[in-house]
Write a protein that binds this ligand. Structure first.
Ligand code: SF4
Length: 381
């Protein structure tokens, strides 16, 4: 049976740990999101497959009975990156054994944080309690957005759930929360004393959760809108974006550099909003649920394709052509080869044959974590 990763006593928690970043910033969002069907994306389904395979591998490592899951996402890449996560988790477990002869290790553990969040439940990927420290490890299989463990409410909620389970048994003083995002080579850890976590839970989390469960509080737009289910139709977001557009430019006819800089800081969010609105309108129109004045649905342009590749090959060979004339062979990509050989052997055999070329200069907001590109330094090198 397939396991639901984010769950409540029912199917899904209204105030889930995974969406806490959003409902903590914008408390009415959780109730509003309920009005929109939760369509699991391809990326989410791939993430579930990665978690199920990782759980299986970790259970094997811990010598717990397990059956290897099968999924349509099985591939050398999935194999490789789940191995990277499991290696990381195993190191964390070994380190716990170096501190305590009897650590508590829980894989894909359901936790409840209902003392602070009404009906709040979730599933933590790995929790390890050893000595006075508890580790909470979360696998992020996505590679679209780099996730940090700093100020990460999802990890804090798992930690609170784990504390509710163990605090009366163990004298836990420190929580160490880690994000493992192997496809971005991102490993981020944040340590927090238990007293600080509990202070945050009582003074920030609990009051906001009480508003969020009732759909009350102030709408607040920001980066957290990105995965909100109502991001295309949310009035607060539309109002905010129209406010951004209403810029009061005076003469001369061309924008000054200062005005251009002002436009640029607004453009990122406006682009995202436009894409969301377009995707929503398109989906509704194609499904036949809505029509929009000035727009219609047509059939897309198509290219020719074979009905049966084997039959095509057979027909060409029968016509006197050779196999080498009609098939092309290409080398596997770096990630797939690394998955095939394993990291160690890959490095031994191909280490000298892999280079990392300079990235193309890319224009990004100042908040981007990458170091500023300096052409003079590159020329010098
Ligand atoms: S789109 Fe943004 S502002 Fe609107 S409900 Fe969602 S999180 Fe709140």
């Amino acid at each position: 049976m397939k396991k639901q990763r984010c769950c409540s006593l029912g199917d899904h928690a209204l105030l889930s740990a995974s969406s806490s970043h959003r409902w903590l910033h914008c408390t009415p969002s959780a109730v509003l999101e309920r009005s929109k069907e939760d369509k699991s994306s391809n990326a989410a389904a791939e993430g579930t497959a990665a978690h199920e395979l990782s759980e299986h591998k970790l259970r094997e490592f811990l010598k717990i009975k397990t059956v290897r899951p099968l999924s349509k996402y099985d591939s050398p890449e999935l194999e490789y990156y789940t191995d990277v996560y499991v290696d990381y988790a195993c190191e964390l477990i070994s380190e716990a054994y170096s501190r305590s002869s009897d650590p508590v290790i829980l894989v894909e553990q359901r936790v409840a944080f209902t003392d602070w969040v009404p009906e709040g439940f979730g599933t933590a990927d790995l929790m390890v309690v050893a000595d006075k420290t508890m580790d909470v490890l979360d696998l992020k299989y996505g590679k679209g957005v780099q996730v940090s463990a700093e100020d990460n409410p999802q990890l804090r909620l798992y930690a609170l759930g784990a504390l509710a389970m163990f605090d009366y048994l163990y004298d836990i003083e420190t929580i160490r929360m880690t994000i493992c995002q192997p496809r971005l080579d991102n490993y981020s850890t944040c340590e927090m004393p238990v007293v600080e976590l509990l202070h945050w839970a009582e003074n920030e989390l609990k009051p906001k959760a009480e508003l969020a469960i009732k759909g009350e509080g102030e709408f607040c737009t920001g980066d957290h809108c990105r995965f909100c289910r109502v991001r295309a139709t949310c009035r607060a977001r539309a109002d905010r974006n129209f406010e951004l557009i209403k810029m009061d430019f005076k003469k001369p006819d061309l924008l000054t550099d200062e005005e251009m800089a002002e436009v640029l800081v607004r453009v990122d969010e406006l682009k995202r909003w436009a894409v969301d609105v377009w995707a929503y309108a398109e989906e509704e129109a194609i499904a036949g649920r809505k029509s929009w004045g000035g727009y219609k649905v047509v059939q897309g342009r198509v290219t020719r394709k074979y009905t049966d590749e084997n039959a095509v090959a057979g027909a060409i060979i029968a016509a006197g052509f050779k196999e080498e004339d009609i098939y092309s062979v290409s080398l596997l990509g770096i990630t797939a080869l690394e998955g095939l050989l394993g990291k160690k052997q890959f490095k031994e055999i191909l280490g000298d044959l892999i280079i990392k070329p300079e990235g193309k200069p890319t224009f990004v907001p100042e908040s981007d974590k990458r170091q500023e590109y300096n052409p003079a330094m590159t020329d010098f090198k």
